[in-house]
Ligand binder design. Structure first.
Ligand SMILES: [Zn+2]
Length: 340
């Protein structure tokens, strides 16, 4: 099979043949043909359950991952799963998956009965266990009046996971929780609501990414406004939501890696998250990268290059001119096989 077109983000004409799972440069490239991405990427999705406290079901996982694939999402990071099995083999017809084991929840944090429950003193060791496949996910804080995971505990956890070559994603949505995650040297802040902008230069310097998950909060805002939750909680979420837009713009401008993660069902909606990043003030090309090549590179996956993976989504028009183009993939190739 031959694949040719204009590859983003370089905008260079490319021509490849598919050799198994890989792309090989071949033939002459012309400056027409479709626009090519190395697939979209959603770095915050929880395939396998509808809600965190549900039991993991592989048929649900497959349904979620096929929804991603149908939308051109060929890379997914699951920052926290209900799946207790650490050595589950990849389904080769599904998008590439960066795994992080189970959510790690210390007392008073996270949804009741969800995730792996441990004490604060058990957190570093449990994090190393869950990071066996690359990532672990720590619930770093929860409600606004509750203390976050203490800085010394979180620092010991990040250090222990880094020592075995793993990476740490931290759920944080309070100012204190975000601060502790940054000072502990987390690899990513998930949500990052109420993040103090004075921390952005440090995040950029140490390579801590921000995954703002606008899609999930857009839904929470609707739900909470209609609920009987107390007004303080409503105000806190509303403030966090409004603060997230300037935060994302400032983070991008400070050189922080901002990435697209939906944390939302149905799966396959990362194009909507990219639109939120644009609305927050990221340049369109950077926002698309956040849900494509930048996210893949951050996960260690190559782009559309000789020897790279044959993961390609073709579009009829340039998505950097109109991101709605991302809603209409013309052809989807995953691991060298045409799936659409
Ligand atoms: Zn999540």
């Amino acid at each position: 099979m031959r694949i040719w077109g204009i590859a983003l983000p370089a905008r260079t004409p490319v021509s490849f043949v598919v050799d198994g799972e890989r792309l090989r440069a071949s033939g002459s490239s012309t400056s027409d043909g479709p626009w090519l991405l190395p697939g979209l990427a959603d770095v915050h999705s929880h395939p396998g359950t509808e809600a965190p406290a549900d039991e993991y079901a592989h048929e649900v996982f497959r349904r979620h991952m096929l929804a991603h694939r149908a939308a051109g999402v060929l890379t997914v990071r699951s920052p926290g799963s209900a799946d207790p099995v650490r050595d589950r083999p990849d389904d080769l017809d599904l998008p590439r998956l960066a795994r992080s084991g189970q959510w790690l929840a210390t007392p008073g944090r996270f949804f009741p009965d969800a995730g792996r429950r441990i004490s604060e003193s058990e957190l570093p060791e449990a994090a190393v266990e869950e990071a066996a496949l690359g990532w672990c996910k720590v619930i770093g804080d929860w409600m606004p009046d509750d203390p976050p995971v203490p800085l010394d505990v979180l620092t010991a956890t990040v250090d222990a996971v880094h020592a075995v070559g793993g990476r740490v994603a931290v759920h944080c949505q309070t100012a204190e929780g975000c601060r502790n995650a940054v000072l502990a040297g987390a690899d990513s802040l998930e949500h990052g609501m109420h993040l103090d902008h004075s921390l952005l230069p440090r995040m950029a310097a140490q390579g801590t990414a921000l995954v703002p998950t606008f899609s999930a909060f857009a839904k929470s805002i609707e739900n909470i406004e209609a609920s009987s939750a107390d007004q303080r909680l409503k105000d806190w979420i509303r403030d966090g939501w409004e603060h997230a837009f300037p935060t994302v713009r400032a983070a991008h401008e400070a050189g922080v890696t901002v990435l697209a993660g939906t944390d939302n069902k149905p799966c396959g909606q990362v194009a909507a998250e990219i639109s939120w990043l644009v609305e927050a003030g990221m340049p369109v090309e950077a926002a698309i990268g956040a849900g494509s090549w930048t996210a893949r590179a951050w996960l260690g996956l190559p782009g559309l290059v000789d020897g790279g993976f044959a993961d390609v989504v073709a579009y009829d028009a340039d998505p950097t001119e109109d991101p709605d183009v991302l809603l209409r993939p013309k052809q989807i190739v995953l691991r060298g096989k045409v799936v659409v």
